[in-house]
Design a protein around this ligand. Sequence first.
Ligand code: MTE
Length: 417
Amino acid sequence: MPRATFQLSWERFPRTSDVPAIPADGAPEAIDTQDKGTPDKWVPRDPRMLSDLYSQGFFTSTNLFFVRNHGAVPQVDIEKAKNWQVEINGLCNNPVSFSVDDLRRTFEVVTIPITLVCAGNRRKEQNVVQKSLGFSWGAAGISTALFTGVRLADVLNFVHPQKGRRMDLPNGHYGTSQLASWARDRKRGMLLAWAMNGKALEPDHGFPLRLVVPGQIGGRSVKWLTKIELSSIESQHHLHFHDNKVLPMPVGPDQARAETQWWYDPRYIIRDLNVNSAIATPDHDQVLAATSDSEEATFVLQGYAYAGGGRRVCRVEITLDEGSSWSLAEIKYPEDLFREVTHDDPVYGRIDLTEEDTCFCWCFWSYAVKVADLSKASSIAVRAMDESLALQPRDMYWNATGMMNNWWFRVFEHPTM
Ligand code: MTE
């Protein structure tokens, strides 16, 4: 017989975020007090960012959309934004320079729902094992928005590219590369975007113009974009080599710091996201109290999953016994709602996923577990598989940059309760 009342407290491994408590008058536009005295002190930032992700649902409101910047946010006023130019040159027959208005007038304007994920999502778990070179992200380095802009593939067609296998995206303090053949493929969905959730980009997210690269790590989506250079070699930008790599496991942080050979080896570059999932309910420190003593009482486990390169997550499985047995969770793909109808809209341009079979957004899974079973378990773990049959591994692939962590996501019963 199940006990009439019991309490289980689940410890998320590790905590999703370490954000400060929400101030009583925490208006969404509040300036985060952590930015006081930094060059970003003028940037509107909601202190609740990273703490309130899952309850937001499919789209993340812009003020809570995660932010990752390698330096201060450029101050661009309206006048400067009007004169903002993106140059497209290098190995092409028709080099050009476009303002945001030129892009809007010259190419079809489209809107696509896209989930951006930082390559360091879930790095905190790796840092618990051994401190990597990166800071601790929980499982909330991910957000979804409607991005509006023009297709990079259309813009590249316009400049008549010559033979060349790379696209360099230098941007002052930041720079990265893209495979030219992927950039020219409309199916890869890359956008030169000026709007997010129907409004001009916020300074933190790249105002006035950014690249948005669905299905790849967030680091490829260059913000405050000014230049695209078609090239035959990888970007030579410092950050392109010293970021966004999964170095081999035996290379420790000190070795990676000291020996540059690791960074310049193209085999360790990350492009597409890997398949991943996380548990959102039970939340950290959530106490589950039985509401009924019926054998049939259930508790609904919930979370998210995603895959890279436009691939779809095709199964999510739950184990209560560290992998001895698995149960199938239900998956919902809110992105599919966009496949049913097309929209033509003065703000968003064309929203048309009816012909697309790529998945560029996260999905949600749920699994109703018997409370009686849960009361016997000491851990809950989740793993996802994508349509290429890539499966999240049982063991962590620890690496010096602490990137692409996608071992089973686990929560444990709190030992002290
Ligand atoms: N673009 C520039 N110019 N500078 C940056 O530091 N950070 C990259 C990418 N684009 C970055 C950038 C990284 S690492 C990520 S994960 C995404 O932006 C995050 O985008 P977001 O801040 O809009 O969420």
